[in-house]
Ligand binder design. Structure first.
Ligand code: G1P
Length: 307
């Protein structure tokens, strides 16, 4: 294997996960009308766009380069992750540039490139659209709807695992039986949290009663570049889309895929309840907001009666 600078890269301990792909071309229909103009990835969780929390996780996981998969109407995402912009001048004049410190830290650590997915042909297709930007090396995929709060950032847990034992990995968590039809579900035997187990197969959004387990894939993956060739050979799967899960099933059936029950709590910010929940929980982490928010919630709970 060789990467862009011609350096030989061989699978094994010396191959670092340097690149992460973020599929962000979806139209965010579950959050309409909020997402008619503003991409869901830029909606605020407390005072920062949701995607900044994902970027923090990438920085903390040692990622150097991010490949954003965008739909052309979502160009404002790359605008946010570019230096400069119209508000900078005004902030400098008011002496308020420190409000951009967290974003500047991200921009100083990650190089952003963009690839486009013009049509909503599925998550597998979105990943395939990043083929040239990723090249011939292992990489991470991180779904921006899934924010994870954990002691060690979720992707970092997986990168460390990969460094010990190179293979493909998917993060999993147990979901209730009545929600398995919303996820990719792993066929394999859970042992303990933070203990990877072999995935024998994967099924995308199984019908109720037909799921091989309750271990659902959440939006963190470590993949090898062979996934692109597998995606090219696939036909449409669930919902008539090209599914990443179906390509991963091929890797699983060859014995190359492990499910990783991560330590942490996931919030699905791509739907209204998860979005509100994440805003409350992240605000409780905020030093200036936690106390007044707690007081407000106490008051609201005392004065509200169930309808
Ligand atoms: C996607 C994947 C699914 C995975 C889920 C995690 O589904 O296709 O396998 O379990 O993300 O959030 P989506 O939520 O895009 O329907």
């Amino acid at each position: 294997m060789q990467d862009g600078d011609g350096r030989p890269r061989t699978p094994g301990r010396d191959v670092k996960i340097r690149k992460a792909l973020i599929p962000a071309a979806g139209l965010g229909t579950r959050l309409l009308p909020a997402t008619k103009v503003v991409p869901k990835e830029l909606l605020p969780i407390v005072h920062r766009p949701a995607l900044e929390y994902i970027a923090d996780e990438l920085v903390a996981s040692g990622i150097e380069e991010v490949v954003l998969i965008l739909h052309p109407v979502k160009e404002s995402i790359s605008g946010h992750f570019s230096p400069g912009g119209p508000v900078i001048h005004a902030l400098a004049e008011r002496g308020q540039l420190s409000r951009l410190d967290t974003l500047n830290r991200i921009l100083g650590s990650l190089k952003f490139t963009v690839a486009y997915q013009d049509e909503p042909l599925g998550l597998g297709h979105a990943v395939w659209c990043g083929k040239d930007a990723i090249g011939n090396e292992p990489f991470a995929v991180i779904l921006p709807d899934d924010l994870v709060r954990s002691k060690v950032p979720c992707l970092r847990q997986m990168v460390e695992l990969y460094e010990q034992t190179p293979a493909s990995y998917v993060a999993v968590e147990k979901v209730p039986e009545n929600r398995v039809h919303l996820y990719g579900i792993v066929d394999g035997t859970f042992e303990a949290v933070q203990k990877p187990f072999a995935a024998k197969n994967l099924v995308e959004k199984p019908a109720p009663g037909s799921a091989p387990s309750q271990q659902a894939v959440i939006g963190r993956y470590i993949l090898g570049p062979e996934i692109f060739g597998i995606l090219e050979g696939l036909s449409k799967g669930s919902l008539g889309e090209l599914q990443l899960t179906d390509a991963l099933a091929v890797v699983a059936q060859k014995g190359g895929l492990f499910a990783y029950p991560f330590e942490g709590i996931r919030h699905d910010v791509g739907q209204p309840l998860g979005f509100v929940e994440a805003n409350l929980i992240y605000a409780m982490d905020h030093s200036e907001m936690a106390e007044p928010l707690r007081a407000l919630m106490r008051e609201l709970l005392q004065n509200s009666s169930p309808k």
